[in-house]
Design a protein around this ligand. Structure first.
Ligand SMILES: Nc1ncnc2c1ncn2[C@@H]1O[C@H](COP(=O)(O)OP(=O)(O)O)[C@@H](O)[C@H]1O
Ligand SMILES: [Mg+2]
Length: 258
């Protein structure tokens, strides 16, 4: 009898512990845009806290849609999306705002404010959380330096090239040290050296504790890493022999949570 209760409590503890280690859980999610475009089909994905994961697949595969579901820009047609323990279909307005302050998003189409300077664009997320002006200036300068944009601090966003806008978007996404970073094709307009700088910055954020989900079709940024890779094809999760290592890694990282 005692043994039975001990086992029960062990199961309870491990479930609780497992939940506390998960940053995002997508369970059997389907997304259909009106009138009848199926962007995601029965997708499940668990992202542990502190993980870097890559969403891959050709244009139209559903990568951007998956990222939009994670910050509730879009809602699923079927299935469950949980982020930081919140069921996003039930989350209150106050909690979604709180959650969004902890999510840094680098949009595929940048979404910079064109008539503001680079520094003003990057400052936004830090101002929302009431960081001091001196801190904001210092953090912005450091990020611009890391991304080889040191001379663009006062440049208007609309005067930047696409590759420069892309890096400003990334700087803005990570500036406030969010717990979750969603990066949509973050290296799509960059040469290999600048891509390296962006990935170094993401690794630095990750080493400070951020969970990072990167949508990309740039194989070079994930092919020699041990990170989890999920390939999508027309909304479906591709599971085939071409990706045995990633599948095994996913399985073993889940096992370590048991
Ligand atoms: N707002 C929308 N309305 C209708 N269809 C959309 C919308 N957004 C995306 N889609 C469609 O959903 C599919 C997946 O798109 P998306 O998630 O952007 O893929 P990816 O980022 O992998 O290129 C595509 O067929 C796309 O045309
Ligand atoms: Mg996309």
């Amino acid at each position: 009898m005692t043994k039975f209760f001990r086992n029960q409590s062990k199961i309870f503890m491990s479930k609780k512990k497992k939940a506390s280690m998960i940053m995002a859980d997508i369970i059997k999610v389907t997304k259909t845009y009106p009138p009848n475009v199926q962007a995601l089909a029965d997708i499940s994905l668990t992202v542990n806290k502190g993980e870097i994961i890559f969403l891959t697949g050709k244009s139209g595969a559903g990568k951007t849609t998956l990222l939009k579901l994670l910050c509730r820009i879009e809602t699923p047609t079927k299935g469950l999306v949980e982020v930081a323990g919140y069921d996003l279909s039930k989350i209150s307005r106050g909690n979604i705002q709180k959650l969004r302050r902890n999510i840094g998003i680098a949009h595929q189409d940048f979404k910079l404010l064109p008539n503001r300077t680079v520094a003003q664009n990057i400052a936004i997320s830090m101002e929302v959380s009431y960081k001091r002006a001196a801190f904001i200036r210092q953090r912005t300068k450091k990020l611009l330096d890391q991304l080889d944009l040191a001379d663009k601090y006062d440049t208007m966003a609309l005067e930047l090239s696409r590759g420069e806008q892309q890096r400003v978007t990334i700087a803005r996404a990570v500036a406030n040290d969010p717990k979750l970073i969603l990066a949509d094709e973050p290296t799509g307009n960059l040469d290999s050296e600048t891509t390296g700088r962006v990935m170094d910055l993401f690794r630095e954020c990750n080493s400070k504790g951020a969970t990072i989900i990167i949508a990309t079709h740039d194989e070079t940024i994930y092919k020699n890493t041990n990170h989890q890779v999920m390939e999508l094809h027309q909304g479906y999760h591709v599971v085939d022999d071409e990706y045995p290592e990633q599948e095994n890694l996913h399985a073993s990282s889940n096992e370590s949570l048991q």
